[in-house]
Design a protein around this ligand. Structure first.
Ligand code: KG4
Ligand code: ZN
Length: 353
């Protein structure tokens, strides 16, 4: 009977549970219930609503894991970062399960989970540079081993994914914004609007999206003032051109900072064969293609997670869970806490920016 890790993810608007075989990392079961439709009316995630929906969805998924429960050797749970009340929803279930099954509890950093989405059902590859782009974070990371993960650049305001969500909201395109903005961008002229490239100097090794978002807002206000939103045909063309222009500048900003990452600290990172992009927004095909070209020019091999596992999921939490389990790194159910912000790093990550 092969031992399993049961993992739970509830850090934002996806309720997900997975079962992963410890010995060969094989994913035995994975299900996710997304709340996108419910939050769409509000143009973003409403924490109270998200928490209530997790309370409904998680037990429904858990029920399907019943035939496997006697094989479970540990319960892995996302404890940071995320929305506090949704993290708590998952943690309560994880603690209860760990007690009932009499197995250890493993606290998992959600961002580390995204990193390990690259290594589902396989061995991890280190060292590697990582661009993490999600709804909550935008960062460049140096990953040397399970315990040596260092953030070297991060956003000083909005995240990449969040800026897509906000642009979509301003254009009345619903939530989440990433996929719909990308879809509109395909039919637009990316050079139509001249939007400002954020932090366009080498000096600042960080990301910023709020200025770009405001420039988009100003274009929308101008267009609205001219009655543009009343003409369906004009509105569709406007949306396509604005989405394409915004996406191009947002991705150029990411690429410009990746270039600095490749060129700085060259002696050390030059020997690194791999670079990766992870997080929900790494599903953006325009970004993937541009980054692929850049990696080729720096002779780096670009690692990507399977599209299905770019956004939040419990499989990636289970994959980290296996690493902790093998090192016997467990958390006490009595003292384990949720941490909404990534600033309060735990032992899972270190920070140097
Ligand atoms: O990693 P994730 O599922 O959740 C967080 O941990 O935040 O990322 C969700 C974010 C949302 O902001 C969503 O709009 C964005 O990823 N996203 C995209 C795309 N698909 C999802 N952003 C840009 N282009 C996409 N194709
Ligand atoms: Zn995430």
């Amino acid at each position: 009977m092969q031992g399993l890790i049961l993992s739970i993810e509830s850090s934002c608007d996806d309720s997900s549970i997975a079962l992963t075989q410890i010995i060969d990392k094989k994913l035995i079961f994975h299900q996710k219930i997304s709340q996108e439709k419910e939050h769409s009316n509000y143009g973003g995630v409403v924490p109270e609503l998200a928490s209530r929906l997790h309370a409904e969805a998680l037990p429904l998924i858990l029920e399907k894991t019943k035939p496997f429960l006697e094989r479970v050797q540990a319960v892995a749970i996302t404890t940071e970062p995320g929305l506090n009340i949704t993290l708590l929803e998952g943690l309560m279930m994880a603690k209860t399960l760990a007690f009932c099954l009499n197995v250890p509890l493993i606290a998992v950093n959600h961002l580390k989970g995204h990193l390990y989405s690259l290594f589902l059902e396989k061995e991890a590859i280190f060292p590697l540079g990582v661009l993490l782009v999600s709804g909550g974070h935008t960062m460049l990371i140096e990953a040397k081993s399970f315990h040596e993960i260092k953030i070297v650049a991060r956003s000083i305001d909005d995240s990449f994914g969040e800026s897509f969500d906000k642009v979509a909201k301003m254009l009345d395109l619903g939530y989440p914004g990433g996929p719909v903005v990308e879809k509109y961008a395909k039919n637009g002229n990316a050079d139509f609007f001249k939007l400002p490239l954020p932090l366009n100097s080498r000096a600042k090794f960080a990301f910023s999206f709020s200025g770009l978002k405001n420039a988009v807002r100003l274009e929308i206000e101008k267009f609205k003032a001219k009655g543009g939103f009343e003409d369906r045909e004009k509105l569709e063309i406007f949306r396509a051109n604005l989405c394409a222009s915004f996406q191009k500048v947002a991705c150029t900003h990411l690429l410009q900072k990746c270039k600095i990452f490749f060129e700085e600290n060259k002696s050390q990172r030059d020997s690194w064969e791999h670079f990766a992009i992870v997080g929900g927004a790494s599903a953006n095909l325009f970004l993937r293609e541009e980054l692929q070209k850049m990696c080729e020019s720096y002779t780096k091999n670009l690692l990507l997670a399977p599209l299905e596992f770019c956004s939040d999921n419990a499989a990636m939490i289970g994959r980290v869970g296996i690493e902790s389990y093998l090192r016997e790194e467990f958390s006490s159910p009595f003292s384990v806490k949720t941490k909404p912000k990534v600033d309060d790093f735990n032992a899972n990550f270190s920070e140097d920016i």
